[in-house]
Design a protein around this ligand. Sequence first.
Ligand code: PEP
Ligand code: MN
Length: 339
Amino acid sequence: MIIALRPGTEKKLVDQVIAEVKKLGYQPHPILGEIQTVIAAIGDERAHASLEALATWPQVEAVLPVQRRYKLVAQEGRKVGTVVKAHGVTIGGTEPFRLMAGPCSVESEEQLLTTARAVKKAGATFLRGGAFKPRTSPYEFQGLGEKGLELLALAKKETGLGIVTEVLSEVHVDKVAAVADILQIGARNSQNFSLLKAAAASGRPILLKRGLSMKVEEWLLAAEYVMSAGNGQVILCERGIRTFETAVRNTLDLGAVALAKRESHLPVIVDPSQAAGRADLVIALSRAAVAVGADGLLVEVHPNPAEAKSDGQQQLDLEGIQKLVEEVTPFVKAAGRAG
Ligand code: PEP
Ligand code: MN
């Protein structure tokens, strides 16, 4: 931490700050400038947040952190990225680019199984479908709940695909973890810290969406919650953020994908469906995701999007997912991430 004192602070007041820094367990290193003195406080900042309170002292101009607030999530010189393994499939590091796909909501046996077969044929390694749905309005379809989990288990048995599904509440963690190979934490819950800890404790890998208004640092700190709860198997998922732009549902923040890959060793995937909010942009955003260094995609697919109970406008149909794979594969090859 760097403590900058106000210009012209007299020695007696500088010494007071130095004494306090020592008292808090840091080594103070004062740097005496001609106009201003700064004190470098050496020690583990994460264990001594109390230093920040020095900002309230009249002779202190600013207290500036130098270390990152996330420790387990940070790249910190690691040469290889973390590889998450679920249902025998690896994601991240130098592993092949992965496709997770399926309906926004699990709606019926026929809808789910038809989709599961089609996404498997297209090359997806995970079936993603929501049983518990976080909907903006309480009057919208909330998902089939436990019945949806049963259908996901059936689809897994029939196709052999791993299952990704959202856990909406701490109350459901055990039931969801019994079926899901990866637990999705949705954008609206990504700073629900008690849910993050409960989901982490299930031992299942966690797919952590970025919240609608979440800074990259906050997203990484949410991942830190999972890792510090003893679960290192975290996949970050950028799904677009809320900006002034309303022409697309959300603004896909590709810079955040590149930054998260640089700042952290965790795999990062992109959900172009929630970002675009319209099916005709999904392929273009998917190619961009590959180009920027993402480790995989999470894409919404429905056999008949016009009749979907949620997010119909953004779901690809069964030919659409095949076309996506055809059009994205050359980019995956160029990125050296083909299977
Ligand atoms: C979803 O994946 O269907 C979903 C609700 O996503 P998000 O939490 O990113 O809005
Ligand atoms: Mn959706």
